[in-house]
Design a protein around this ligand. Structure first.
Ligand SMILES: Cc1cc2nc3c(=O)[nH]c(=O)nc-3n(C[C@H](O)[C@H](O)[C@H](O)COP(=O)(O)OP(=O)(O)OC[C@H]3O[C@@H](n4cnc5c(N)ncnc54)[C@H](O)[C@@H]3O)c2cc1C
Length: 394
């Protein structure tokens, strides 16, 4: 990634990329020229994923700059909205992934052969030059091009025959844009668990072409990619019923690293104080933790200026008491927070809602209008979702 994780830097990056978001993006986006040579893609994902800049802002800016010619770029941006909406309607798929990671971790601790194969893969010692190069790029930079992600996941699953959930967890630990929806469902898509009967098979010739000859791929890769077995998709659940914040209540705003532009969201209240908590969950690599911290610190500065209210960073440990203390200090009876999509932050918010209510503090989540309009259409495949995109841009 070539820019700092602040909103100002993300907006600057967007402005610099916009001239390329039309025909040039559609024609060259699949090329993975290597670190430092990525003017063909935006590299905005670590910022968009944390909503330092929103899908809505990016998609509308591309549409304003290029109109219909930016269709491909806008569709890619909307894949994130689609994956998020899909997982929102089937949160058990995220829980199932966490269960599979825990089971695979246990297998790792018991099975020396698996441990060696896993260590070779994550440390880039498989002898497959492209895979080993991407393994190092991932841990060195926290970023991989989309094509590299697809091929890496495919080789992990079908050539190295490693458990898909371990690969997804390795990505999740290192990617600066690690996103429960895009990552979990991206891996499931490659594995054939997401779109029934459809998998992604990495091919040497395609890797040579898309990597612009950086990799030779002389080792043999799997020649078929039979879908992994998994349960059918759970039926979609209806969207959460959200009670709106009470505009008359004394209120704290709670910002998280899931939504780092709270000043662009209409809470309908003037908060007395702001608290910020970084609950990214799991065991993040240092660079990912630092990225989340930088984005949240930047959000705090802007929120303080916008709401004219003091900001306190709260520790993740003993959060219930810390939130209660902050509310008591401000004599607040309500905490409002941007709606966090399925993932560790949403889990944390859900786990605190009832305990806070028992202490007389209502916790209210506010959904962005873009999500409210997009997510209900993400119950089937992306091609059923795509026709909704023009109405999102209106
Ligand atoms: C196995 C696998 C795992 C992935 N894990 C993640 C992840 O953890 N976090 C993540 O943000 N993306 C993930 N992706 C999606 C995609 O690879 C990245 O969003 C993209 O490569 C980011 O680079 P960019 O910003 O330069 O993208 P660009 O090509 O510039 O695209 C613009 C924006 O569109 C969105 N986007 C593009 N492609 C996708 C996609 N396939 N799915 C969802 N959104 C997309 C991103 O917000 C991106 O910033 C994964 C894909 C696969 C195949």
């Amino acid at each position: 990634m070539t820019f700092a994780l602040t909103r100002a830097a993300a907006l600057e990056r967007l402005a610099a990329f916009l001239p390329h978001a039309g025909r040039a993006y559609a024609g060259t986006r699949n090329l993975d020229r290597g670190p430092g040579k990525r003017s063909n893609v935006s590299e905005l994902s670590p910022a968009i994923r944390r909503r330092l800049i929103t899908e809505e802002e990016v998609a509308k800016a591309a549409h304003a700059a290029h109109g219909h010619t930016a269709e491909k770029f806008i569709a890619e941006v909307c894949w994130r909205s689609y994956w998020r909406g899909w997982l929102e309607a089937r949160p058990s798929v995220w829980q199932d992934y966490l269960t599979q990671v825990a089971a695979a971790d246990l297998d790792l601790s018991r099975d020396a052969g698996l441990r060696t194969a896993y260590a070779d893969a994550v440390n880039g010692r498989t002898g497959i030059d492209a895979f080993d190069g991407w393994a190092r790029e991932l841990t060195d930079t926290g970023y991989l091009h989309n094509h590299a992600r697809m091929s890496f996941a495919s080789i992990w699953i079908f050539t190295l025959r490693l458990p898909w959930a371990l690969g997804a967890a390795h990505f999740y630990r290192h990617l600066l844009d690690a996103c429960p929806a895009s990552n979990t469902l991206g891996w499931r898509w490659v594995a054939g668990l997401q779109t029934p009967g459809k998998t992604y098979l990495a091919r040497a010739a395609i890797i040579r072409d898309t990597s612009c000859g950086r990799f030779r791929v002389e080792a043999s890769l799997a020649t078929s990619a039979p879908p992994l077995a998994g349960p059918p998709h759970p039926a979609p659940i209806p969207p959460s019923r959200l009670s709106p914040p009470d505009p008359a209540a004394r209120t704290l705003v709670w910002i998280t690293s899931e939504d780092c532009t709270p000043e662009t969201l209409d809470f309908g209240i003037s908060p007395l104080a702001i608290v910020a908590v970084d609950s990214i969950g799991g065991d993040p690599a240092d660079a990912k933790r630092a990225a989340a911290d930088s984005a949240l610190a930047d959000a705090c500065i802007r929120a303080e200026a916008h709401f004219q209210a003091p900001v306190t960073r709260l520790p993740e440990a003993a959060l219930l008491d810390a939130l209660d203390d902050a509310a008591t200090a401000a004599r607040a009876t309500q905490i409002v927070t941007p709606y966090a999509p399925v993932g560790p932050v949403a889990d944390r918010i859900a786990s605190l809602t009832d305990p806070l209510a028992r202490r007389g503090i209502a916790l209210r989540r506010v959904l962005r209008p873009w999500d409210a309009r997009a997510w209900p259409h993400a119950t089937r495949g992306f091609f059923a979702f795509k026709p909704v995109i023009p109405s999102l841009l209106a």
